[in-house]
Write a protein of this length. Structure first.
Length: 173
């Protein structure tokens, strides 16, 4: 069986450039978080080995990452509230959550776990597709251009990856 993709370039390679400012305001990184879960490697990896893998049972078939989606909610419940609290913020004080958007269920799950409002999120996956963690940079650019986020806003940038790891940066724009 062949994998349903012809080319994989990882998580789309997106980045932010954060620089200092001469402004005497509150702008800046307030807190950050990163955690890796190597014990979830077998759960999160999407096997393929190119077009053909030595072990046919390891070939990627859509729907075989169900265990990762189940683990996501448990991880979100344990870590997302702590990520917000690390800044001394409450969920309702965050102006915008900018999160990895590999699928619609990611944002829905984050909203549910945090009991957050719809207006605290901007979904772009329908327009951009799965760009992995690069969607954080894309979403922030769209949000800024649309006026959804502005100077002084409290933002929570959240990323995750199969394998599995999660990271976040809380900042004031």
């Amino acid at each position: 069986m062949r994998a349903p993709v012809a080319l994989s370039v990882g998580d789309a390679g997106g980045a932010f450039v954060i620089s200092g400012t001469d402004d005497n305001d509150e702008s800046g990184i307030i807190s950050s978080f990163f955690k890796s879960f190597p014990d979830l490697w077998e759960v999160g990896v999407i096997w393929g080995g190119g077009v053909v893998h030595k072990e046919a049972s390891k070939l990627f078939v859509p729907g075989t990452v169900n265990r990762l989606t189940q683990v996501h909610e448990d991880m979100a419940k344990e870590y997302l509230p702590k990520i917000i609290e690390a800044s001394g913020w409450k969920v309702e004080e965050v102006d915008c959550f900018l999160a990895t958007q590999i699928a619609d269920w990611i944002l829905l799950n984050i909203k549910k776990v945090l009991n957050a409002r719809d207006d605290q999120f901007l979904s772009v996956i329908k327009n951009t597709g799965n760009c992995g963690a690069c969607n954080i940079a894309i979403t922030s650019t769209i949000a800024k251009n649309q006026g959804t986020i502005k100077k002084g806003d409290k933002l929570c940038l959240m990323g995750g990856a199969a394998g599995a790891s999660i990271g976040a940066i809380n900042l004031i724009l």
